[in-house]
Design a protein around this ligand. Sequence first.
Ligand SMILES: [Cu+2]
Length: 505
Amino acid sequence: MSRVRRSVWSEGPGWNETLIWYAKAVGVMTQRPVTERTSWRFLAGMHGYHEGHWRALGVLKPEETLPGGTELDMFWSKCQHGSWYFLPWHRGYLSAFEQIVLSAVVEAGGPQDWALPYWNYSSTAEPNARKVHPAFTAPNMPDGTPNPLYTRFRFGNSEAGEVILSDLDVDLGALSDSVYSRGWNTAGGFGGGGSATSHNAGQAGSLERTPHGNVHTAVGGAAELPGLGEVPGFMSLFETAGLDPLFWLHHANIDRLWEVWLKRDQKHRNPDDARWLGGPMDRPFVMPRPDGSEWHFASAEMVATDAPLLNYVYDDVSDPLVVTAGLTEGLVPPAHQGEVEAVDTQLIGTNGTEIRLGAGGATTEVAVDEQVLRRASEQMTEGPEAAAAAGAFFLTLESIRGLNNVAIYQVEVDYGAAGGELPSGEARAMILGSFSTFGLGEASALAEGNDGMTLTFDITKLVQRMGFDTEPNLDRLRVSIVPRSAARGIEPPTIGRVNIYQDTP
Ligand SMILES: [Cu+2]
């Protein structure tokens, strides 16, 4: 029988057995030397590390040294982001972590079937869903001893230092993406663009963008600390994220959403590309086992959670998206968001210039191929087959660069500068979603030849609205990037290009 991962809120706001044993195991693991493969800090370093930063925050004591060169090279700073390996790498990482925690739990006399809980912040059934579970914010355990699940480097995104997750931060629009990957070196799709290997490249999938990135930033935040200046919270940086015990519950939920996506639609499939299945291409992923030995694996070994190697299932992988009939929905054939396969991708619009996200964000005009938009939007009113032939439309924010890793922005788009409404009553403006700059510093490191971060938003629904508009203005789109929470005093990010693409079958 596979072990069952359950929602952290499933037994209410108090301490429960799962959390008490998690805390005890974390307590044991944090006492282990950083050089030990099963220690708390060794496991965190596998995601990322920065020696100076770790020392400044007291994660490393002055007398402690990091693991040796070969050990560091084999295991540390290996997290996969901005890539189609984001999901399989993190699944293996979580599983290695879970098995090491389980082993510590069992050694201390705990249950043999202990499994990592997950934080389902998007739940509409659980009233506390968006709050950090109190077991992670209480400085002490029920018996009065210090709580290993608590950290002071979790600053939140409000002035009061609380974690406030908005509708946009926990939006599950990613589950509507019909393809795992839109192509090689192409951002978007549910799981990210094809790449050889990627610690910090920029072809993020929609799940990695939201809720993944948003929750990292909203939980971690940043704060001014005496003698240290502006310090990002643990969850705000690749280099410290794994040090926060809450990180693992966040990623368990992201891992669960991968299962939800596969299950909610028969057409949703993992890549069958040998480069994904057998990847990464340069060398296999490697994780430590509870006995300290090495475990090598490829993505193909990560597709079934109940396989003996992983041995877990989720208590709930039901479809959380309620189908709501929008105002035009009754009129429009069901052209689902991004429902296009075997794609041919054409650039049909660009703003042609770099933009800088100042304190108020930025607005830019994107010139688009009016003929293409007109034809496609009309096709989308003609019936399912014509709509499918029209394809899907994407807006991309390309080569985003900067040092600010803790900002969250909302992306809005409108067409038809005259304003007004469609005959259906819907607006010509649309909020496409949001993104956080989690990982931006890493993706912008010029020395490593990175091209910044690229993010993709599906605008097929907006194009569909144009088809029902009696007076559409289709030669340009106005795109606004509006800050929702931004780190203070850090140079604003830049966006290299805002482009519009059409994917056709
Ligand atoms: Cu993450």
